[in-house]
Design a protein around this ligand. Structure first.
Ligand code: NAD
Ligand code: 89V
Length: 337
């Protein structure tokens, strides 16, 4: 398949590397409103067709799917344009600024009969997949408690300055991944309770969030995120996991150490692969970019819905909205279908 990519910024470079690694895929067109970024990226990845206006790119056509790698304000209009142009769509997280936009985007792709997947890559990290395999194997029995923890003091603002500017920060940008991991591990959620804090005075949004989830299957999760935590060793960008089940516990500890405690105790190193174009400490995320993009291609080839489809992501996005609502009101929020 031929693809086009919109938004040649900080993270798109990883996506372009990963597309190059997938057999049978070629990115034939690039778009960015910033002509300098567009040209630099086109030169790096040797892509001939460049556009500063997405409408012109869709009008010219010549590709089967589009990868939307812009920040959230442009997602709805670009997804709707892509659906109208009749191409498959992969769109970066956060999928949309609100639930109404997200539902409209899912509807647009449905009407067009095209695949719409959200680039919700954290559950695709190989250490997280290793824990999912243990949980899904039944080895620890029925999960009743889950903790997904992401605590760091890493400076994310230099690479992504917009993260310091928004009214919302950690839940919308990072918590969304961590909530999605909790859903992948122990299922959908019906009640959410959250607190937030802003510790760093130089940013506008919250940089600490602690969220309690009641899952419809009966498990309880604690999702805790912080970019205000000084720790040694610094664990960015690792999600640390702990799932207790009726037969045992599985843990993913710092340094990608996975342990399973049942009648016997086992532990192993599940460190991610350092791809040739990747760089520590981002290699965990970079490897997951390749995995999720491979999943997108496989789903289109097989005609099946991606695990992190637009429609699936409505449930993760609803948790983000519920967490903000709970923190603001100081109450537990019950989710309705
Ligand atoms: P960025 O600001 O560095 O890049 C975005 C680019 O999009 C810019 O070059 C901008 O000019 C361009 N752009 C914006 N609107 C456009 C439009 N309408 N048409 C064409 N170009 C347009 O941002 P980033 O840090 O690369 O983040 C992009 C997205 O990726 C965000 O939604 C962010 O949350 C997400 N992200 C995801 C991960 C992950 O692991 N999944 C990691 C980092 C960032
Ligand atoms: O993965 C992300 O969405 C990034 C970061 C890891 C910095 O939160 O924005």
């Amino acid at each position: 398949m031929n693809g086009a990519l919109i938004g040649c910024g900080f993270f798109a470079q990883n996506q372009l590397h990963a597309w190059r690694d997938i057999e049978g895929i070629e990115i034939v067109a690039l778009c960015d409103v910033d002509a300098n970024r567009l040209q630099t990226t086109a030169d790096s990845f040797n892509i001939a067709k460049t556009y500063t206006d997405a409408a012109d790119m869709f009008a010219a056509g010549g590709f089967d799917f589009v990868d939307i790698a812009t920040t959230v304000p442009s997602h709805r209009s670009l997804v709707e344009m892509a659906a109208k142009a009749g191409v498959h769509i992969i769109c970066q997280k956060p999928f949309a600024e609100n639930m109404d936009d997200a539902r409209a985007m899912v509807k647009a792709a449905e009407v067009a009969g095209k695949t719409l997947m959200v680039h919700e890559n954290f559950r695709w990290q190989s250490p997280v997949q290793a824990v999912l395999d243990v949980v899904n194997s039944g080895e620890i029995g029925e999960p009743f408690f889950c903790r997904v923890s992401f605590r760091s003091g890493y400076d994310v603002f230099t690479g992504q300055p917009y993260l310091a500017e928004g009214k919302r920060f950690i839940i919308e940008d990072l918590g969304i991944h961590i909530l999605d991991i909790a859903r992948a591990l122990v299922g959908d959620v019906d009640r959410v309770s959250a607190t937030t804090r802003r510790i760093n005075p130089n940013i506008k949004g919250e940089d600490v969030a602690t969220i309690l989830l009641s899952h419809t299957g009966g498990a309880t999760s604690v999702v805790d995120c912080s970019y205000a935590t000084q720790r040694i060793p610094e664990t960015f960008p690792q999600s640390l996991l702990e799932i207790d089940g009726s037969l045992g516990t599985v843990r993913l500890d710092a340094g990608y150490q996975l342990s399973v405690h049942t009648k016997t105790d086992t532990s192993r190193d599940v460190s991610p692969t350092l791809l040739p174009w990747a760089e520590k400490p981002w290699h965990n995320i970079q490897e997951s970019v390749l995995s999720i993009q491979q999943h997108f291609v496989e789903c289109i080839e097989k005609g099946v819905e991606p695990q992190t489809s637009g429609s699936d992501n409505l449930k993760t996005l609803a948790l983000v909205e519920a967490a903000y609502e709970s923190a603001e009101r100081g109450t537990t929020v019950t989710l309705v279908d």
